[in-house]
Design a binder for this molecule. Structure first.
Ligand SMILES: N[C@@H](CCC[C@H](N)C(=O)O)C(=O)O
Length: 296
């Protein structure tokens, strides 16, 4: 059976969006298939890897009878895992719901909590809750009593200091001279799996810009590679930079490879603002083709 989907991105972080009313018997297998960068969904004629596949699949259950309308959001990642929160995914989900209902505010139920989104054209602001450095919240290894702030971690290169924060999902943030000089694929996987992070961590690099903002690069858990943008990562940079005294700006401008995000602060709670774009729509099989078993 085939189901309808829409493809959205927020600053280059891209998602296959499926109405949760569509019956997908195995969401993990579905996400692995449609997100594949060589073999996944694509716009007709899409030929480069960037126009094929996605960074995740958003299953969205819309409840339009509420005011504002509500959406239950579930992100299933390219490796089949689910994540409690996704900043850019939440912004795309709000845009999707706004297009269907005409509303300019949406309440999103995520595993990290309920978040309000405000939609102005293609621009979406999402509440990101209260970021936490507390060891139990990140989470850090159970024998750690103190937050990990600008500290050495055995799995990181010598001299690279990490700050761990949960912005809906765990991030290890490293401030470096120039994010473009970091060999992400060489450095990030060991940090992502470091012993101090029992549930793993997204690994986010930041460097200060002359205009007071921060350049960003993030290696994402679940994608197991670099994405063009990460919303929870942008928030992690904003809160870590403030905690370390690297900025007192509000909002903090963050520049991932795919565009620009603004991280704001309201009474200790963060917000994330940036553009969204609906790319294309299509139909795809709800069950991936069975794997071919090679003949002996
Ligand atoms: N791209 C997302 C983050 C998605 C979750 C992450 N990969 C995880 O497993 O923690 C964002 O925009 O925040």
């Amino acid at each position: 059976m085939s189901i309808e989907y829409e493809k959205f991105h927020g600053t280059g972080n891209d998602f296959v969006v499926v109405d949760a009313d569509e019956y997908v018997p195995d969401r993990a297998a579905f996400a692995r298939k449609v997100c594949d960068r060589h073999d996944g969904v694509s716009v007709a004629g899409g030929s480069t890897d960037e126009s094929v596949g996605a960074d995740g699949t958003l299953f969205l259950a819309l409840e339009p009878q509420f005011s504002p309308p509500r959406v239950v959001m579930t992100l299933v990642q390219p490796d089949g895992s689910t994540a409690a929160m996704c900043g850019n995914g939440a912004r795309c989900a709000a845009k999707w719901a706004a297009e269907r209902t005409g509303a300019d505010a949406i309440m999103l139920d995520t595993q990290a909590g309920t978040r309000r989104a405000e939609i102005r054209g293609d621009e979406v602001t999402i509440e990101m809750g209260e970021p936490s450095f507390a060891p139990g919240d990140v989470p850090l290894a159970s024998d750690r009593e103190d937050p990990l702030i600008d500290a050495d971690v055995a799995e990181a290169p010598e001299g690279m200091e990490l700050t761990a924060v949960n912005t809906g999902v765990p991030h290890a943030v490293a401030f470096v001279e120039d994010v473009d000089d970091v060999d992400l694929d060489a450095v990030a996987p060991a940090i992502r799996h470091a012993d101090v992070f029992p549930e793993g961590a997204n690994v986010t690099f930041a460097s200060e810009r002359a205009d007071g903002g921060f350049d960003q690069r993030t290696f994402e858990r679940g994608v197991e590679g670099e994405t063009r943008s990460c919303g929870t990562g942008a928030v992690a940079i904003g809160v870590a930079a403030r905690r370390l005294g690297r900025t007192d700006e509000d909002p903090v401008s963050v520049f991932p490879p795919g565009g620009e995000l603004e991280v704001g602060f309201r009474n200790g709670r963060a917000t994330l603002t940036g553009p969204t774009e609906r790319e294309f729509e299509g139909e795809v099989a709800s069950t991936p083709e069975p794997r071919r078993v090679s003949e002996a």
